[in-house]
Design a protein around this ligand. Structure first.
Ligand SMILES: Cc1cc2nc3c(=O)[nH]c(=O)nc-3n(C[C@H](O)[C@H](O)[C@H](O)COP(=O)(O)O)c2cc1C
Length: 198
């Protein structure tokens, strides 16, 4: 399978980078084709300009390339920290610019954009791996876990990806080395469960 792995974290020494490396290594060991996008490393511009709003816009070659990679993926793995209950802005902007109408979703004929769109992505599974510094009970009770709704409902369901799995690793700031090793082993397990050796 062709699997797209997207990382949004500015620090090479972060735990997010360790997770993304583990994801890519596991996919590789299981004989999948990995396309890895490190959004900070490639200096992805997350600001959607006005001319790109049109469904038929002529796209910047970088955006065209990312749209094609997304469309061609059989599976998608996203790795990012929880920043204010949201993905980092670089990743939110990547969704704005790359999950385009006509490529990731479309409205059925006669629908001006008010209806329920139809998902167009070929990916059959999406996995979102997050990190945070908030205990689960507080995340659920006080904040309502907005990342679950964003990724599962607003993005993946809408774009037609039927299987969705999300894991939040927490609490990073107080975690021990051993805990992080366990989390990386858990990451290997999740990835191999959804993308087994072929
Ligand atoms: C701009 C910013 C916003 C953050 N917002 C939250 C938040 O809303 N909830 C939370 O639990 N942690 C928040 N954090 C903490 C990060 O989630 C935490 O530093 C990260 O998950 C640790 O992983 P890392 O070592 O890979 O950076 C925030 C951190 C930054 C820099």
């Amino acid at each position: 399978m062709q699997v797209l792995v997207v990382l949004a974290h500015p620090d090479d020494a972060s735990f997010n980078h360790a997770i993304a490396r583990t994801v890519c290594e596991t996919l590789d060991a299981n004989n999948h084709d990995v396309v890895f996008l490190d959004l900070y490393k490639e200096g992805f511009d997350p600001v959607l300009p006005a001319p790109e709003l049109s469904r038929d816009a002529i796209l910047d070659p970088v955006i065209e390339r990312h749209c094609k990679i997304l469309s061609d993926a059989d599976g998608i793995v996203i790795v990012h920290p929880n920043w204010w209950g949201m993905p980092p802005a670089i990743l939110a902007g990547w969704i704005d610019r790359v999950f385009r109408p006509g490529r990731a979703y479309r409205f059925v004929e006669g629908d001006k954009g008010e209806g329920v769109p139809e998902g167009l992505l070929r990916a059959r599974v999406a996995i979102v791996l997050n990190t945070s510094n908030t205990e689960e009970s507080r995340e659920l009770e006080v904040f309502g876990d907005p990342l679950e709704r964003i990724w599962k409902n607003c993005v993946c369901d809408l774009c037609g990806i039927p299987r969705f799995q999300r894991k939040m690793f927490r609490v990073i700031v107080t975690s021990t080395y051993e805990q992080r090793i366990d989390w990386l082993n858990e990451t290997r397990g999740i990835i191999s469960a959804f993308f087994p050796a072929g």
